[in-house]
Design a protein around this ligand. Sequence first.
Ligand code: CDP
Ligand code: MG
Length: 538
Amino acid sequence: MKFTELGIKDYILKAIDKLGFEEATEIQGLAIPEVLKGIDVIGQAQTGTGKTFSYAIPIIEMVDTECKDVQALVLCPTRELTIQVQKEVEKLLEYTKKIKVATIYGGTSYEKQIRELKNRPQVVIGTPGRIIDHMNRKTLQLDHLKMLVLDEADEMLKMGFKDDLEIILKDTPDKRQTVLFSATMPPFIKNIAKNYQKNPVHLVVEKKTLTVEMISQEYYFVKRDDKKELLVRLLDFYEFKSSMIFCNTKKEVDELVTFLQKHEFSVDGLHGDLKQMVRDRVMNAFRSGSVKILVATDVAARGIDVSDVEVIFNYDIPQEDETYVHRIGRTGRAGRSGKSITFVHPRAKTRLKEIENYTKKEMTFKEIPSIEDINNAKVSKVYSKIVEEINSYNKIDQTQMINRLVKEGYDVNQIINALISLTVKEEKRQYKDIEIIPLRAERKEKGVKKVSKNNFTEGRKKFIKASLNIGKKESMRPQILLSFLAKTVDIRKENVGDIVIRKSGTELDITEGAYNRLRRLEGRKYQNTVIRVGKVQN
Ligand code: CDP
Ligand code: MG
């Protein structure tokens, strides 16, 4: 449905038009006409589906601009969401000056809020606790309230606002219109609806896989102890412009932030225990791009409007299916493609399958990039940077410096070599070993396609026989070979079976996945021998 078909005031339409929106989202198309009728409404739809406008447009439409009482109150779970809603409302008010909006939330001084309230706003947006404070102080009068909105009602519950909500619902005029928006409908919300709404219409927009359609969902099998290392590798390998990393606990957020900072990543963390001021600072830094990585818990991150995240990490696989969709919904917004990366502990495989069944989309198993892969990626990046610079129109002329170096007797190749080394050296990092856990067979589930060929049958390793042209003449021994393989191509001993070392060569049993890594040794040198990798047919 188009916004122009909703029969709303011209100046609102003009504002929406300026934002570049024409089509109302599904929940907007359903909810706006109902809310405009003045009846009680429950609107249920996923995060990011435009629930804010679903009530904000009707609020603006119904406010009596001549009357200076508070006519609409919007309750939000957090300060961030309050500010976000305010911003959305202000966007709609671009072409009118007759409606005033105040925001009321905890963690800041009362003075400014009291001043705002004295200014006679018709619309108040805020968090339940502080709203009650102002009600008690009589600085907020709700006697003429016409419409009460509970936004992100499920989140408000999670934040512990249950009692506060009931107080507000009891202490505002009975004849008010009550509108409730939520992504989910836990029992307490249903009770609120039953006790405090009058014959509400319940509008539901079914979860769609569509929202995850544009997101490439990948996962890695990794042991708990190796997760940090894997993260470092992936961050180095991909060099994402912006990443959000989700952890299940606050403690983990703190630990991970400290760890990544130690490794010189541009990172900060967000969780409920942080002071409001700190949270604001972190969010602004992340939005502006001065912090590239944000580590967060779900509650702290939910509802926060960051839309341009390149990748979402599920550092911990989420406990609830919906949480997964909420998390990854922060990438690939507005038609852009996005990426999500989930770390799966081998024992959490069933969780992985549950999520796949929920999203009706299969995640792609990815091999952990080896140290060589990462170094290659870095080299490619340096290479493209150089080529780009060569072709750029506004590069600075360095003839003077070149002439000077040449005059000193340096040869051009030497100069270039030194410059490239300078660029590459900066990025040297010591990577630790990661245990490779191969993909197993049992990935054939209802509705979920099999991902890739397995290396295993019923948990028993299936090896292929590989050959290397290094052997006793290079003083090769099984232990030396295993540590060489681990170091150079990231092959763990678990993926290697029998090793037979002969004078001029070695045969080893190896899993198929590991064999693909082994092949990367081809052409490299071991002592003075150029390595050849082969397959022994049996
Ligand atoms: O509350 P919910 O998570 O459902 O979504 P929201 O916070 O209202 O965010 C929706 C985003 O989509 C906002 O940034 C809107 O500006 C934008 N949008 C919209 O609300 N309606 C449209 N028809 C198009 C875009
Ligand atoms: Mg919302």
